[in-house]
Design a protein. Structure first.
Length: 385
């Protein structure tokens, strides 16, 4: 019997492995006709949504739901209450939604958002925003521009109709996040070349990642990251447990000469991380690592080498950020990453994400020839009293 496309929408919590598997796989069906969508690895998603494996759950409460109509799954959503997230403008606890994927149907979107909003309101939130999937330190924002190219590692790719469905429900854009594309082969713009040729000041050196001290190096870059971005919009510090999880997850992707630190007087004061684009390596695996996916993935990462990469993390300690050195160091580090990436066969780097009103980062991207080719949007709305 065919499901009634006009019947009522039922939203049910995700309980048990079978329901979670349905939750994970739903976008594979919804996005099947989009040539630029890339199915995430199912095993990675299982761990990301597991309280046992993802340390995010140690400081956050999370709920997952599926929308059904006539026995057919037609959408999904999550809601999060992160105790480390900054409060809303009115001082109430932050309420977040995420992992939103649904058929192009106003009734389905309305049912999903209504359930997530009620869940957030029950925890004291008077404002809800998203998508955060699950955290601002994971996949953030809804794609609203740049549907014609596939997403980079840990960046979302959404259906073009999703933004209109949110806006129909009264959601409004609160922040735009930009992704900048940098081609590694062309020379730097003339003005930038002059700055780089002058060299770093005495006492300042750049050094690559020391892979033999991986855990300590990851802890160091997170220390700088937490200091550099504290107080910025939406900032949530990475916890020690998340640092450990990050070190394990990133180990297969980290390359010594694609992670650079700047040291001043022997102290690490800035860093940037460039990761080979895992999405390029898994594009034809349909989310599966068995039976041959593991072999293909390892070969592509070790031998084939993706031609694209992403800079997801960078930062300058706050006691350096406002000075001349703080403005120069990111330029020298990104230029070094650009040249090292080219030497490894990487032709395109994405710098993402960057707040649309973060003019220093936008100027840095322009200085290395970057163009803003994708926009992701954070939506929000006040909840009824």
């Amino acid at each position: 019997m065919n499901a009634d496309p006009t019947g009522p929408v039922e939203v049910v919590p995700v309980i048990g492995r079978a329901a979670m598997e349905t939750f994970i796989r739903l976008p594979e069906r919804l996005m099947r006709g989009d040539p630029n969508w890339i199915a995430p690895l199912r095993q990675e998603r299982r761990m990301a949504f597991s309280a046992r494996h993802n340390p995010f759950f140690r400081h956050a409460e999370v709920a997952f739901w599926l929308a059904r109509r006539g026995g057919r799954v037609v959408g999904r959503i999550s809601a999060q209450h992160d105790r480390l997230a900054p409060a809303a403008a009115d001082g109430s606890p932050a309420g977040h939604f995420g992992l939103l994927a649904a058929e192009d149907d106003p009734a389905v979107f309305a049912a999903l958002l209504s359930v997530a909003e009620r869940w957030c309101a029950a925890r004291g939130s008077r404002h809800v925003s998203g998508p955060f999937s699950l955290s601002i330190n994971e996949e953030t924002g809804l794609l609203v521009r740049g549907f014609d190219t596939p997403p980079m590692l840990m960046m979302p790719h959404d259906a073009p109709y999703a933004a209109a469905q949110l806006e129909r429900l009264g959601y409004r854009g609160e922040q735009d996040l930009l992704a900048f594309r940098v081609d590694t082969a062309p020379p730097l713009p003339a003005a930038t070349t002059g700055l780089v040729q002058r060299g770093l000041p005495d006492g300042v050196v750049l050094r690559p990642l020391r892979r033999g001290r991986l855990r300590q190096e990851v802890a160091l870059l997170v220390e700088i990251f937490n200091d550099a971005w504290a107080g910025n919009w939406g900032f949530v510090p990475l916890t020690p447990e998340e640092v450990d999880a990050m070190a394990k997850a990133l180990k297969p992707l980290l390359r010594e000469r694609l992670v650079w630190f700047a040291e001043a007087g022997g102290r690490a004061v800035a860093f940037a991380v460039c990761l080979p684009n895992l999405n390029e390596a898994i594009r034809d695996l349909s989310g599966r690592l068995l039976p041959l996916g593991w072999a293909k993935l390892l070969w592509r990462l070790k031998v084939g080498s993706p031609s694209t990469a992403r800079v997801p993390l960078m930062g300058v300690r706050r006691d350096y950020a406002e000075g001349i050195l703080g403005r120069l160091l990111p330029l020298f580090i990104v230029d070094t990453l650009r040249r090292e990436a080219l030497a490894q066969g990487i032709r395109t780097i994405e710098m993402s994400w960057v707040l649309a009103d973060n003019m220093p980062m936008r100027r840095l991207a322009a200085a290395v020839g970057g163009d803003a080719y994708k926009t992701y949007r954070i939506y929000g709305r006040d909840l009824a009293a």
